[in-house]
Design a protein around this ligand. Structure first.
Ligand code: AR6
Length: 184
């Protein structure tokens, strides 16, 4: 399932994000950038100890990453250009600005990707695992943040031409496919 906006293809697929071969992979990390479970654990295992070492250097330099923000490391032994570590909100019922923070994760990651001159980027379904964000709302928030970002950018200043959402769970793959169709 994909949608084209100007020169950018936004697509949805299912699977394991560690096997994706494009430029930048986004990781759903934590504020301390300590490797954890879920997609974070999978990326640290696949990329090797170099990623944790670079996360430690970021922690030392700036004390970590706030929810909604993002930081870039290499991809260790993975073939990608790098990994963007963003920190999603922990779902606390919806009254603590969780939706706005989640949208900022996508925007901060896209800003970093553009600054790096990346052509392609893959997102997991940030916050919908251990951080417990409701799937449907997370999907609507993610897609509208990304689509609005692309629509709002000047085409010749946007190096990205491929933005993909990689869904690990079937339920998310279905939700993302259906919601992306509404942007055709
Ligand atoms: N590829 C793609 N998506 C995956 C993969 C994978 N290999 N593995 C899991 N997912 P989560 P969060 C999906 O829990 O909710 C960590 O401990 C998963 O099905 O990874 O943002 C961090 O260190 C779900 O849809 O991240 C933080 O402490 C999505 O990735 C905390 O978890 C996000 O689930 C962050 O929690």
């Amino acid at each position: 399932m994909e949608v084209r906006i100007d020169h950018v293809i936004i697509s949805v697929s299912s699977g394991d994000i560690t096997a994706w071969k494009g430029d930048l992979i986004v990781n759903a990390s934590n504020s301390g950038l300590y490797g954890g479970g879920g997609v974070d654990g999978a990326l640290h295992r696949a990329g090797g100890p170099q990623i944790a070492a670079e996360c430690a250097a970021i922690r030392q330099k700036q004390g970590g990453v706030m929810p909604g923000e993002a930081a870039l490391t290499s991809a260790g032994r993975l073939p990608n250009l790098g990994i963007i570590h963003t920190v999603g909100p922990i779902w606390k019922g919806g009254g603590a600005g969780e939706t706005a923070t989640l949208a900022r994760c996508y925007i901060s990651s896209l800003d970093l990707a553009c600054a790096r001159g990346a052509r392609s980027i893959a997102f997991p379904n940030i916050s919908t695992g251990i951080y417990n964000f409701p799937r449907q709302l997370a999907c609507e928030t993610a897609l509208s943040a990304v689509v609005n970002y692309v629509r709002g950018a000047e085409p010749d200043k946007l190096p990205l031409n491929n933005i993909t959402f990689i869904c690990f769970e079937q339920e998310n793959a279905r939700l993302y496919g259906e919601t992306l169709k509404t942007y055709i």
